[in-house]
Design a protein around this ligand. Structure first.
Ligand code: 5GP
Ligand code: ZN
Length: 115
């Protein structure tokens, strides 16, 4: 499935619900997390609906590489100029809440709300 009509991030991709976008191209979208855990906290997602890392196939590896490769540039642009954390929660025990693959990028001066 390339688009899941019940998926909240697919709805953001489709413009059906608003998000504060930080980057968009044909394959990827990045937007601010609605409940930030750090002064800078945004999510990088593929526009393609992949529920989690568990669904990733070899043909998605370039897409995953692009997601991570984009993180440092966007982190800098958002003001995280002293490092950042990337997190990918996978599955129930991984603490995943939204089942559309996403990379969290968190940065900015500490202390943060968590970790
Ligand atoms: P997970 O726990 O799945 O790794 O993280 C999902 C993240 O998505 C959470 O940090 C949550 O705050 C964020 N989130 C959930 N719903 C929305 C939404 O409608 N808009 C935005 N911008 N972020 C959301
Ligand atoms: Zn989706």
């Amino acid at each position: 499935m390339t688009h899941d009509p019940n998926c909240i991030f697919c709805k953001i991709v489709a413009g059906q619900i608003p998000a504060k976008k930080v980057f968009e191209d044909e394959q990827l979208l990045a937007f601010h997390d609605i409940r930030p855990h750090a002064p800078v906290h945004f999510l990088i997602i593929p526009k393609l609906h992949l529920a989690s890392l568990e669904e990733v196939q070899p043909e998605h590896e370039a897409l995953l590489g692009r997601m991570l490769g984009l993180a440092p540039r966007l982190a800098r642009e958002q003001g995280a100029d002293n490092g950042f954390r990337t997190v990918v929660n996978t599955g129930i025990d991984g603490g995943q809440e939204v089942f559309h693959l996403h990379v969290h990028v968190m940065g900015g001066p500490r202390p943060w709300k968590i970790g």
